[in-house]
Design a protein around this ligand. Structure first.
Ligand SMILES: *[C@@H]1O[C@H](CO)[C@@H](O)[C@H](O)[C@H]1NC(C)=O
Ligand SMILES: *[C@@H]1O[C@H](CO)[C@@H](O)[C@H](O)[C@H]1NC(C)=O
Ligand SMILES: *[C@@H]1O[C@H](CO)[C@@H](O)[C@H](O)[C@H]1NC(C)=O
Ligand SMILES: *[C@@H]1O[C@H](CO)[C@@H](O)[C@H](O)[C@H]1NC(C)=O
Ligand SMILES: *[C@@H]1O[C@H](CO)[C@@H](O)[C@H](O)[C@H]1NC(C)=O
Ligand SMILES: *[C@@H]1O[C@H](CO)[C@@H](O)[C@H](O)[C@H]1NC(C)=O
Ligand SMILES: *[C@@H]1O[C@H](CO)[C@@H](O)[C@H](O)[C@H]1NC(C)=O
Ligand SMILES: *[C@@H]1O[C@H](CO)[C@@H](O)[C@H](O)[C@H]1NC(C)=O
Length: 648
């Protein structure tokens, strides 16, 4: 069975409100089953749908929010006779007209109505029907397409065609204002990205007198049961492990020849030592790699340098050395190539390269070949990441605790020691740990909480019956961070886990500490963070940070934020900061990216005083922080480590 596919047109600018044009093509989708389709040369795509007498053509469409709509054009042909055409939206007639009669009775003569409604139609959010009828008994109408201008620049094709639907704002009324606390400040630090595997949503929350807060994860409000949970790396060129390459270099070359790829520079020079070989050259490669400061791991991870020759007739001797983070050049490593073995590779260890300066690779090539050497390819790439090592350190009737050792941890040498109260044992160099709860309805266990050494916490409600696991999406950094970092973190040194009571005590590298208590019910998982001991200035170092992803409607892990359960704002909204006691980070619209990943609620439950300290906003330190954040906000792209999604 076919489904309506309505193609998305160009973006049009209309006055102050951005309107987006959507084309409803007559001959596509379900109407092919219910109405004749004629191939007509002058239809915009060669076909038109035929509306026969006494029939109605109905087209479903959906809106993301209440919107103004203009029917910009109705293109049709009416063959032999003129008819009285009526256009309805949600069964209300909005426009009627008498179609012109073509003296030649030619079905290929198409007419355009132009704007049908002078004043835009104001339609509510959700599902609508546009219908076309005529009340004559004549031969019918051939409908080519209908163009709509919709004043909602975020509306997408998937939402317009109701493949993904949105929930109303009003159905969300979680007002957790039952306690008096000092207000918190949420700062907008999000930036645009095309990569769905990046945490471009970044919202630090500040509160100088916070003592206790709750982070809650619950399923999104929309009714969707497809468990989309794979990652999507389209639009993520920076996640590629391939740094640079050169092809077809002929040796010997002119001394001092320089080749440029967009990421590296290759210079061919004479060797410094004299040799007896017929060909002897030195190749020097210069390149930069991004590191921790930009939230990247390129300068941190080990690499593989590969060289491949074509059509060798003689032995080739290669010597590789490099200069990166260390002051000295590495000692040379030799490889011999033969006509039967034309490739060589060298590995560098993790933390060999630098992000502070140029990195250099030096390669000596010597051969007694009488022919010039053809170096087909040389390239540098990141080493592959090995699988995580997992150790189950606790299994009780209610809980499983696992510690995970990653092959590479971006904050290394920072690492976390996990102490388990039940056994008195400690586990060093842990990258993250995860906690499972049993789920009675399928006999299995589900991950409900994961905490990484960098303070990133991920929470999940237990999966609904019928699903083995649902994916994590948004995350929350528990602990003070530097909000001007592209990839903020709160380095944890120790976690003391009381698996019986699901309590955790955290110690941070900055001397701070906090206590966590995890509880899960059928509908949600909650972490209560209490006994906060903050060692950094709370006006400029947030106590927690919400992190997530938004590329477009339908391709996001979060799309709006509500303060105190009130008026929702778009997650990419152009606000500097919001003031409130509770924040809901939710998805109004379904998303194909991690569709069932949870909405996150952050509620401040206790503060040392209960005044509304809006004056903090105007304080000099906070203002200068806002300024610095504005400056970093529009920096492009940062990868997030590929967190492993929950599996049981
Ligand atoms: C619809 O248009 C009217 C006037 O043209 C305007 O006042 C109103 O704000 C618009 N509504 C939306 C949701 O864009
Ligand atoms: C249209 O009119 C022509 C004669 O002009 C006739 O042959 C044809 O059958 C008519 N078509 C329809 C669909 O009524
Ligand atoms: C109908 O219009 C088409 C397209 O302009 C034209 O090619 C064709 O000759 C016309 N037929 C008649 C019968 O006028
Ligand atoms: C059909 O389209 C052609 C070019 O697209 C145009 O020249 C012609 O006038 C059109 N014919 C009718 C009958 O609309
Ligand atoms: C068709 O609709 C027009 C305008 O609404 C009306 O004037 C006409 O009487 C109707 N004709 C029939 C046959 O119902
Ligand atoms: C993956 O992401 C790209 C770019 O952000 C987007 O265009 C595409 O629709 C996404 N794919 C799926 C299956 O959602
Ligand atoms: C080339 O020949 C010279 C002289 O026989 C020898 O010293 C040198 O090692 C050879 N070089 C290679 C790469 O085989
Ligand atoms: C700790 O783990 C990291 C990888 O996550 C590894 O690179 C490092 O060598 C380990 N350190 C110790 C002391 O084992």
């Amino acid at each position: 069975m076919r489904i309506w596919i309505i193609s998305l047109g160009l973006l049009a600018v209309m006055g102050p409100v951005m309107a987006k044009m959507f084309t409803i093509q007559g001959d596509t989708g379900r109407n092919r089953e219910n109405h004749p389709i004629w191939s007509l040369r002058n239809a915009s795509n060669g076909n038109a749908v035929i509306l026969e007498p006494n029939k109605k053509l109905s087209i479903n469409f959906c809106l993301r929010r209440e919107s103004n709509i203009t029917i910009r054009d109705f293109r049709f042909s009416n063959g032999n006779h003129s008819e009285n055409v009526m256009i309805e939206v949600d069964r209300v007639n909005i426009y009627s007209f008498l179609s012109p009669e073509d003296p030649n009775h030619n079905w290929s003569r198409f007419w355009s109505t132009g704007n049908l409604n002078r004043r835009p139609l104001y339609l509510h959010m959700g599902w609508h029907t546009l219908s076309v009828r005529f009340n004559g008994t004549a031969d019918g109408l051939a409908i080519d397409h209908i163009l709509l201008d919709i004043e909602d620049e975020k509306l997408t094709d998937d939402i317009f065609t109701c493949q993904l639907t949105c929930t109303a704002d009003q159905d969300y009324n979680v007002r957790r204002n039952d306690v008096e606390t000092e207000a918190s400040f949420l700062v907008q630090e999000s930036y645009k990205t095309t990569c769905p595997e990046v945490d471009n949503i970044n919202m630090p929350i500040f509160n100088p007198s916070v003592q206790e807060y709750e982070i809650t994860a619950a399923l999104p409000h929309y009714r969707a049961f497809t468990n989309y949970r794979t990652e999507n790396t389209t639009g993520c060129p920076h996640l590629s492990p391939f740094y640079w390459s050169f092809s077809n270099v002929l040796l010997p070359s002119k001394n001092g020849e320089i080749l440029n790829s967009n990421k590296a520079k290759l210079v061919i020079t004479q060797p410094t030592e004299s040799t007896n070989s017929k060909i002897a050259v030195r190749i020097i490669l210069f390149f930069k790699l991004e590191g921790k400061k930009n939230g990247m791991i390129d300068s941190e991870m080990g690499t593989i340098f590969r060289v491949r020759f074509d059509g060798l007739t003689d032995l080739v001797q290669l010597k590789f050395s490099y200069k990166g983070r260390m002051a000295e050049t590495s000692s040379p490593e030799m490889r011999l190539l033969l006509p039967s073995k034309r490739e060589a590779e060298w590995n560098t260890r993790d933390f060999s390269w630098t992000s502070e300066d140029y990195n250099v690779i030096i390669m000596h090539v010597e051969s007694n070949s009488t022919k010039p050497l053809h170096m087909e390819h040389l390239s540098l790439e990141r080493r592959p990441m090995l699988a995580d090592k997992v150790e189950r350190i606790y299994k009780g009737d209610d809980t499983i605790v696992e510690v995970v050792f990653s092959d590479f941890w971006w904050l290394n040498p920072d690492s976390m020691t996990v102490h388990l109260a039940a056994t008195g044992r400690s586990y060093h160099n842990v990258s993250y740990f995860r906690i499972y709860r049993p789920i009675p309805w399928n006999g299995g266990y589900a991950q409900v909480f994961v905490l990484y050494q960098d303070g990133n916490a991920r929470l999940l409600p237990v999966p609904p019956e019928g699903l083995e696991w649902i994916p994590f999406g948004s995350s929350v950094i528990i602990g003070q961070t530097d909000p001007t970092m592209v990839r903020p973190y709160a380095s944890i040194t120790d976690a003391y886990i009381d698996a019986t009571n699901l309590g955790i005590e955290l110690l941070y590298k900055n001397g701070g500490s906090s206590k966590l208590k995890i509880s899960s019910s059928l509908s949600e998982t909650r972490v209560t963070v209490s006994d906060l001991f903050l060692t950094q200035d709370p006006v400029i170092f947030p106590f927690t940070t919400f992190r997530s992803m938004y590329v477009a409607e339908g391709n996001s892990d979060v799309d709006s934020v509500l303060v105190n359960g009130d008026h929702p704002l778009h997650i990419m909204g152009n606000f500097n900061y919001l003031i409130g006691r509770s924040f809901v980070f939710r998805r109004r619209c379904m998303s194909r990216h991690l569709m069932l990943s949870p909405d996150i609620y952050i509620d401040v439950r206790r503060t040392t005083n209960a005044v509304d300290r809006r004056d903090i906003v105007s304080s000099q330190p906070f203002q200068s922080l806002l300024q610095r954040i504005q400056n970093t906000r529009y920096r492009l792209w940062t990868p997030r480590l590929r967190y492993t999604y929950s599996r049981t």
